[in-house]
Design a protein around this ligand. Structure first.
Ligand SMILES: [Zn+2]
Length: 280
């Protein structure tokens, strides 16, 4: 009989949690300080063309300070987080021609790479709009995952990372219910919680406590949860999908550089980069 192989995340953990925050703005600083306090990780999807702007905008009928970090602050503020791409000026790439869309994506990616000194490999769809052409453009520009704004209310791992549906927005009334389910559900399959939003929304509603309550709650379960950026999760899952397996499922070979964790016959194992695993 073949062996049942279940992917686990880094450290043999069955759950992963990530935050994905859009649009930049000065409130990201407070968000980063909360992430540090709870030792969690996030991805920040930035518009390079807006950096340095100091302005108020009417957003959902609320006068909002939409001021952005200075370009020179990006490297230090987000040093322990992931910087990922929105578009240069927050325009949607859906509706643009292939050329224009690609220029928009590449320009933003390059500017953010100059500012951070790191490759920028992820994307969040402005206005949540995506279609097949947008995905083709992103893929041709070297973007490896793209987050939508369609809440899934589940913890499934995306099959196609260019259509990564987050679990929920931080304002979702069911946020804490989802957190309880996530932390207490002992299903065998790996589970991924992706929470998204924009940090200025906390300032608009003066409800930072929503986020902090959530962070406090999941913090108590940290031995079961891998806190990671979006790209760390993507890299891990993609590496796991490359695992080679014999037809009886007993011999595994890891062709990647990463240590991969899994459960087989109710035991947790790991297989280091470029190594082989044989079960009895
Ligand atoms: Zn946005």
């Amino acid at each position: 009989m073949g062996s049942e192989l279940t992917m686990l995340f880094e450290g043999g953990k069955r759950k992963a949690l990530t935050f994905s925050y859009d649009d930049g703005t000065i409130y990201d600083k407070k968000l980063v300080s909360l992430l540090k306090k709870y030792d969690m990780k996030a991805t920040f999807n930035l518009n390079s063309g807006l950096l340095g702007q100091k302005e108020h905008r009417m957003i959902n009928g609320i006068d909002t300070d939409f001021s952005q970090l200075e370009p020179g602050e990006v490297k230090t503020v987000y040093a322990d987080q992931e910087v990922s791409s929105h578009t240069v000026n927050h325009s949607s790439i859906v509706g643009l021609s292939q050329n224009m869309g690609a220029a928009e994506v590449l320009k933003n990616k390059q500017r953010l790479e100059e500012l951070t000194g790191r490759p920028v490999r992820g994307f969040a769809y402005p206005y949540g709009s995506y279609n097949e052409l947008a995905e083709e453009i992103l893929s041709a520009c070297g973007i490896e995952y793209a987050r939508t704004a369609d809440s899934s209310n589940d913890f499934d791992i995306p099959q196609d990372f260019l259509e990564w549906h987050p679990t929920c927005h931080h304002d979702a009334p069911e946020l804490l219910k989802l957190a309880e389910k996530f932390c207490n559900d002992d299903s065998l399959q790996p589970q991924l919680f992706c929470i998204w939003g924009r940090s200025y929304e906390f300032a608009q509603k003066d409800n930072w406590q929503v986020l902090e309550e959530f962070m406090k709650y999941v913090s108590d379960y940290r031995e079961k949860i891998w806190f990671a950026t979006s790209i760390e999760i993507v890299d891990y899952v993609k590496a796991f999908r490359e695992l080679r397996c014999s037809s009886d499922g007993r011999i595994l070979q890891n062709p990647t550089e990463m240590t991969l964790w899994f459960e087989m016959d109710r035991e947790i194992h790991c297989i280091h980069g470029n190594e082989k695993f044989e079960s009895l």
